[in-house]
Write a protein of this length. Sequence first.
Length: 606
Amino acid sequence: MVGRNDPCTCGSGKKYKKCCGKNNVVELSAVINDELTRISNSFIADGLSSREYRELDTRIGKWNLELRDLFEEELIEILALESFYYIERAEFWINYLKKQIAKQPRKQVIDVLTLWQQPFLLFGQITQELENELIVKDDLRDISYAIPGKITESHLGEWMLGIVLPDSRRGEHGLTGTDGIMFIHNDSSGIVARIRDTLKSSDKDVLDVYRLFGQMEKVYDFTTFQQQVVDLTQQYLADHSYEEDIVLPMLTGFLLNNEVNAKKPSAVAAGVIQVAHDFELIGSAYSTLKEIGAYFNVSSATVSKYRDQVGDFVMSKIEHSKEENSEQIASPELSVDIGTDPRGTERFMWEMVKRTQQQSFETAESLNAFLSGKMNEEYQPVNKEEQAQLFCYKAYEAETEELRVQLANEAADKNSNIADVHLLLAEQSTHKIIKENHYLKAIRSSIENVDFTIDQAWNYVLNRPYLRALFTYGAWLITENRHTDALKQFSHIFEINPQDHQGVRWLLVVTYMHLGFYEEADQVLNQLNSDNHQAIFFYLELVMDRKELDLAINHVDMSHGEKLNKHVIAMVAEGKDPGAFPRSLTIQAGSMDEAKLIYWMISGLI
């Protein structure tokens, strides 16, 4: 073995410690750092039991309710987790570290792990910025600590709040920071004094500290584009004498929690206003897509596209709130689009996934920079399968039936074995056997790409052709009076996508009624919220009651329904075959689209 003061074996004539021995020190330091990182990252998986996971789920829900108007959801989760196992229930962290120490052969690692057993909440002011670390003067302990940090923007003079771990690798007063560290850029609201007073309190609750940020002026660091969206939205509200109280917080939450890639801020603002009308956030008066598009000088299709994005965000908040406050099942009635065609945003999302699959990204910043740079470029498919899928999306978007058929056939020429090609070809066929064969092939070809590990299958765009194939096949089976087979399709969709973004529960109710399973139909109907689409509920309950009692629907019954949607009674009187399930409907109270959905569902039952 070569001693540190022996001549280096490389023949340089230098002592080993001043030559190749230096590299070994660097390598050992890297090994130690990697080991500490591994131990820290493994804590959640190895240091907590299922009981603690359940406790954490409840805690995160509570913190989200308290802080969702102040911070992004990801940060709230981090704050709730770290304050739990570093501060309030530190015994889990300490016991985990003791087990790691017992298995650890390296003294340097043991020394750090021993200090890590003393985490604390640091609140201090940044007094120096060195090359790769910040010097923070602890406001409560009057000690200056060194904490690592790559300086990308100056924080000098700002205040830092977050949980830290003592770390001997950085000297006597060295620290390692955690993910929940935040900076206070200015003290215009006097929050520093309030945090100081709260931390000095003997009965302080960590959540109380973060609640204080609600007393700050809400000045958001919007980009120029985001601020233009806000300004245009405010202008519309002012021009129409609508209140801002609900719409602007909703818009702020959307902008802060979503990567919005649009060419024009007016497009996003139009989508926001459409959602505000859909959810009656600005009163019961309604404006059409065309009217809102005209105000913002964008097309109805553009309004619909960004209405979907903003609407999905609002729905996710509603569903999250429902899960926290009640056991009521998430319902499709607030998701105003239903049909066998894709949503307007699906093509955009598919292109984004395909772009990113062709690249590798080391950081979220590099991914966002890449996507931002590609927004205005037309996507170029890399193989025939992608060419076929793109033709299918264009077919779904076609203005005329002739163009839809043409594009569907072009897609089939590129690749005839993808789900949407079969769904589009099924439309063209008049033969039941051929039509059903296309539906079955659509299901079989798309199941290969489904990621069943995702709790809500709809949330992964590459799963949607499979969900669409099941839905379209199920709806067709209803028209063929094959209700048992239809029930299998809808039940499977609900199993893999419980939040039901497609409105499957409506068709489940109808299928159960056709089968004479009125108790099951009633159970599904009761899981939904009748306040949002009263006309749909009225007619389904009416049909269910009359079918169960074997009574005919009379004129008095229909006159009550006419008050909720005047179009349905005319359709029933005309008695036309409703045909295939509609390709795309926007369900609004009293609208023609709502009437089309109702008539399709109750046909064959009355």
